[in-house]
Design a protein around this ligand. Sequence first.
Ligand SMILES: Nc1ncnc2c1ncn2[C@@H]1O[C@H](COP(=O)(O)OP(=O)(O)OP(=O)(O)O)[C@@H](O)[C@H]1O
Length: 612
Amino acid sequence: MITSPRLQIFAAISAIVVGVVGAALIASMFGAAAERILTVFFITLVGVVGIGIYSGNSGILSFGHVAFMGIGAYVSALLTLPAQLKVATLPKLPDWLATTEMGLLPATVIAMGVTALVALLVGAAIGRLEGSAATISTLGLLIIVHGVIIGWRDVTRGAQSFFGVPRETGIWAAVIGVILALVLARLYRDSRSGLRLRAGRENAIAATAVGVNIPRERLISFVLAGAVMALAGALLGHFLGAFSPKKFFFNDTFLLLAMLIVGGMTTITGAVTGAVVITLVTEFLRRLEGGFSIAGFDVPSVFGTTQIGIGLIILYAMFRKADGLAGLKEWEERVFPKRPPSGSAPALQEVHVSDSLTASNMTMQFGGLVAVNDVSLTLTPGEILGLIGPNGSGKTTLLNMLSGVLRPSKGAAIRGQNKLNGVPAHKIVEHGIARTFQNIRLFPDLSVHQNVLVAALSTHGGEDADSRARAALARLNVAQLAGESAGTLSYGDQRRVEIARALACRPSLLFLDEPAAGMNRLETDALMDTLRGLTRDLGIGILLVDHDLTLINQLCDRIIVLNEGRLIAEGTPDDIRQDPAVIEAYLGRGKPGKKTKPKNRDEPGPATELAG
Ligand SMILES: Nc1ncnc2c1ncn2[C@@H]1O[C@H](COP(=O)(O)OP(=O)(O)OP(=O)(O)O)[C@@H](O)[C@H]1O
């Protein structure tokens, strides 16, 4: 399933086909030299797009994918090399390989398959690493593959040139290769898997909370990227006719990454822009490298002019266009933006689950600090349970334990018959639990619609995802913002989108961590109506953490109060208002450093707030 509007995909694919074929036709009018330059450019572009499939969507810079290009080149060349040459120059090859002699197409397909298999094994390990550890491990991959190619002399001729490869890559083979790579990358970006991975790139904790299995999505893109790099390698090997391991090492890694970073990692438009800009600048500077004359002055040759030029472009891009020259959106997303849905939105479905969530003796220890100490609670669909307490009393930590973000040091949470302890964080949502976060965790560079759609796609097998997403947006009154980037909205709207995203998971229990923070009174009142509607109309149970005691008092059926990690009171809003332990915790009567009374009589102190 492709998640973006059909018009955008149609425009993108049409532009790719017309652009690539048009460029090839124009180059063929200028003769063989122009065709060769364009062929190299197309092959390079396949490589840039290949790295982009992984790095752009996952946000993890990969130094390792050029190694897959090398594997593709060697595997395909071993399959197309004339048998006689193999017998003469690689006498230790196994018979079946020595006698195999196939055309470029089947050899490329096999090379892509073999490389994808290698990528699967490597990616399974790398996909679990985060941030710079993941990037550094891809560097390790590059070095290891380089070492293996050099060391495996009987098959690769070691560091020497691997010559005699049939030069079968002409301009039209490159045209087919680049169209295939660009279309594949574009479709993958907006596939379910691509969208999930991009959500994980934007905010891993939030993506996990809506059911995204980030390591799995990373692995899919790692393997796909590996196969595309193998395509680039096979095309390059059969264009050059001879290559050595050096061709698939640091120099090309640097060049391809420079193109991707300068153009913009997150889009195909960016990959193409970067490849065009760096190729043009490189071609220009290469001509100047041997020295030149200008207005009668002779400028001497400067070794490394090209590299210096590329370095300066990278610096320019980082200072002036940190997201790359093409920015964060595809060209077609700007020209044909997604319109807010027209017509009436579908309604959210009622909850038909009555299983309570029962947490017993939950405890969380951070080093010497016991942030939550032996807390038990139950939450049932259809009720609103308030969770209050002074700053640092352990509310968010408790929520994090119940939603799988933190593994409790002690205690157990059970939903119906199922124990939640040990359930991976991305599977908690399958137990009907969705949440929002104290510090808003949207996917800022995705649209509002995509923020919510990714949650719907990742839950209940993606069934009715589109209508769930639309219903959730309508329920929170943010449908008109569907096409906006989530990161550009006001705090109030961002909070509403976050709740809509949680609702798109079709939960029976909803955890809201300070949903009214950043909202004015009017917005808070509207939010109260919305939340009441969720329990009254749909039967959803809500666990509500907030410092706005008016909101808590007016909305909650029951309230539990934490202080210094311990549960100090539980009851109806009336009970809680009069509970001496709660008043003490809020007023800190007798405790140094805490307010014992309001600064003046007009200022609403904690006691007044408790009174609602
Ligand atoms: N990941 C963590 N590592 C170490 N300490 C933590 C961690 N998360 C929370 N704490 C500590 O645990 C205690 C409880 O924090 P928590 O955020 O749960 O409180 P809270 O009641 O939600 O506070 P607030 O109302 O200010 O959001 C605090 O002392 C906090 O510093």
